[in-house]
Design a protein around this ligand. Structure first.
Ligand code: ADP
Ligand code: MG
Length: 661
């Protein structure tokens, strides 16, 4: 059986699915929604809550003519009722939905309630017997040529076939740890029965992922610890003298931890956890310098090309000055250049190589890899980390965290790693000034940004999915609007995942060099980007992001001694988002991580998120109950049977490149 056997999938759709990384039925089975929209609870008109999307069953009383104005603009209206009251239906710039309804019939509507107008704004409509509204709807990440509805249909058809995957946990373990059987879990993730069972499925999903990840890392940890390199610790003042600032206390401590590990008989396996902007990269650069003084090579791996390129650009002059040969290797390195780099790596003519997943390709042979640095380590699977580590005899391992997390949690999550905590920030920093705004204050913060640009600063503007558009569309719409508003007086460019990497790096470079005033981006800028002259961050639809993600985004500014600003913009009219309120008043990443846990810990997955989304993100990584249960299972109850062994081995040797932005 392959994709073409599924009803609805022909050659054309198969091609599109391939582009999304879906090649087999198993891939399709495991392609999970990125979040869900809760259209399950029916609300009576009398109980409508302002600014929140809700589901109603309404009988149509009256349909008005569509009114056209301006260029491509229209308003369509209708009136409807249920037993409790009358409500208006208004569609802006959508004259088609109206044609689906007739007077005196009852339909399901899903939309946001505007109290002033007593109306649902641009509501979705379903026939009463259609089950799209009135349920929890999975939202998949899709690309052009395939819609969410189609993808859901394909899944339905897949589930209607007898395709199944093998369960690797025994029944008594499933029931003791309240984990859903693996096929039940997948089916429910794609087509949730209700909120409660969906919560259980998500829990089960993360439980399984963390379990396998831990088993895999346990498996090769023992192997790793057998050997260790002998390092002699040299003085690193030469590097220090080239910096135009002092190291922070935290940086000094972390570097000392690392050198102690290198000197000891055991192999280093250390994770540096620090707040956004605390200077983790530089700690790794010192580790690299020490390794190179010991005549070893260093591989410095980052999750995206932009990030790898930035690390390389930022340090190549410094390395030149102290006689260190550096290079960069990514997916977009030309094949001619690749061959030269492979040659130099094997001959030891490169001391440190920066790159992405490209660093552990089969073809690459290092002469003597003595240190592996993995930046933003959570973005790599354990198997990917193993792949790069296996490129050396027994290299020391240094991981840099992506997000700050509290110590107790880190201990449960990373029980096989040594930890260095960085909780002091470089002393030249001013606190970022943050504000919680609504979209109705747009002119205010856009004009503010313009003033900053006139003073020579640069601005990030992050947009995410808005209703009925995808990320890409939102980015371009925003550019069009602002180009018009500024009359092209400032230089605006867009950055998003779908751009090819050459273009991405070009834009990143020009932004870093001050040639671009404003960068309109998707959350792609969340990861590690470092442009100290950028001092203003505007995040649209901020209520759609998680707390930690918002903190990461804000961390793109405030990276120098310039005063920085961050605007969290909600799409709601009134400021009711607890999350946005909190983050606009707090700057400490560890405190924010705690709040994040506290809010997630409440278990009301829907209550906190006004837009009605639950995200299938990494939140459960931070669920202490889950982590301690996984540890309990591993230490007490788990018998590794042959199907589990198969999974572990598959994971261990699956050096699958995950394409990330
Ligand atoms: P993160 O910990 O988020 O990865 P980076 O390593 O990107 O942070 O560092 C953020 C910025 O701070 C960089 O521009 C870096 O050069 C600068 N920096 C690092 N250490 C110091 C320091 N001790 N004093 C001043 N600036 C520093
Ligand atoms: Mg970083």
């Amino acid at each position: 059986m392959n994709l073409l056997n599924i009803k609805g999938i022909g050659k054309k759709k198969e091609e599109i699915l391939n582009k999304m990384g879906i090649f087999s039925l198993l891939d399709l089975y495991k392609y999970l929604p990125k979040n869900y929209e809760d259209r399950s609870k029916k609300v009576d008109v009398i109980n409508a809550v302002p600014e929140i999307k809700q589901y109603f069953e309404l009988n149509i009383i009256e349909i008005s003519k569509t009114y056209f104005y301006g260029k491509n603009k229209s308003v369509s209206r209708a009136k409807a009722k249920d037993e409790t009251g009358v409500i208006n239906l208004i569609w802006y710039n959508d004259r088609f939905t109206l044609r689906k309804i007739v007077v005196n019939k009852t339909y399901k509507f899903f939309g946001k309630y505007d109290q002033e107008k007593n109306a649902l704004i641009n509501p979705l409509v379903d026939d009463l017997n259609d089950d799209n509204i009135g349920s929890i709807v999975p939202i998949y990440k899709t690309i052009k040529g395939i819609s969410n509805k189609e993808l859901s249909k394909f899944k339905d058809n897949l589930f209607a076939s007898d395709f199944n995957i093998e369960e690797y946990l025994d029944n008594d373990i499933l029931s003791k740890y309240r984990i859903q059987e693996i096929n039940i879990m997948y089916k429910n993730l794609h087509d949730p029965k209700d909120n409660l069972s969906l919560y259980d499925s998500i829990y089960s999903y993360y439980f399984r992922n963390i379990l396998v990840e831990k088993l895999v890392s346990k498996m090769y940890r023992d192997e790793l610890n057998k050997k260790s390199l002998s390092y002699k610790i040299y003085n690193v003042n030469k590097l220090k003298n080239y910096l135009d600032f002092d190291l922070t206390k935290s940086q000094e401590f972390a570097i000392k931890d690392i050198f102690d590990d290198m000197e000891s008989k055991n192999r280093m396996n250390r994770l540096v956890i620090g707040d956004v902007g605390s200077g983790k990269t530089l700690v790794a650069i010192f580790a690299a310098y020490q390794a190179i003084l010991n005549a070893y090579q260093v591989a410095f791996m980052a999750p995206t090309e932009i990030l790898a390129q930035q690390h390389y650009d930022k340090h190549k002059d410094l390395f030149n000055k102290i006689g260190i040969k550096s290079a960069i290797l990514t997916g977009s390195t030309s094949s001619k250049e690749k061959i030269i780099i492979y040659d130099k790596l094997i001959n030891g003519e490169i001391d440190i190589i920066f790159g992405t997943h490209a660093l552990y390709q089969d073809k690459i042979i290092y002469k003597n890899l003595g240190l592996v640095v993995v930046d933003e380590q959570q973005r790599f699977g354990v198997n990917q980390r193993k792949a790069i580590i296996d490129k050396g005899e027994s290299p020391e391992i240094l991981l840099l965290s992506a997000t700050p997390i509290p110590r107790t949690l880190a201990l449960a999550l990373y029980d096989d790693l040594s930890l260095s905590y960085m909780d002091t920030m470089p002393s030249n920093r001013l606190e970022i000034k943050s504000a919680y705004m609504t979209i109705y204050q747009e002119k205010k913060f856009i004009d503010f940004a313009y003033k900053q640009i006139l003073e020579g600063r640069q601005v990030y503007l992050v947009v995410s999915r808005v209703e009925d558009t995808d990320d890409l569309e939102s980015v371009h719409l925003m550019k069009k609007k602002l180009d018009k508003y500024f009359n092209k007086k400032i230089n605006i460019e867009c950055l998003y995942g779908e751009l090819d990497s050459e273009k991405k790096i070009d834009i990143q470079n020009r932004f870093a060099n001050g040639k671009i005033d404003m960068l309109i981006a998707t959350s792609i800028v969340e990861v590690g980007i470092d442009v100290p002259n950028a001092n203003t961050m505007i995040i649209y639809n901020a209520n759609q992001f998680g707390l930690s993600q918002l903190h990461q985004l804000r961390g793109r500014v405030g990276r120098s001694d310039i005063q920085s600003y961050c605007f969290f913009v909600s799409s709601e009219k009134i400021k009711i988002d607890e999350k946005l309120d909190f983050i606009s008043k707090n700057n400490d990443g560890f405190k924010i991580a705690n709040k994040d846990l506290e809010m997630r810990g409440r278990g009301d997955l829907y209550g906190k998120n006004q837009s009605g989304f639950i995200d299938l993100d990494n939140s459960f990584l931070y669920n202490e109950q889950l982590l301690s249960d996984v540890n309990k299972l591993i230490n007490r109850d788990l018998k590794i049977n042959s199907s589990l062994e198969k999974i572990i081995n598959e994971e261990l040797y699956k050096y699958k490149d995950i394409i990330m932005n």
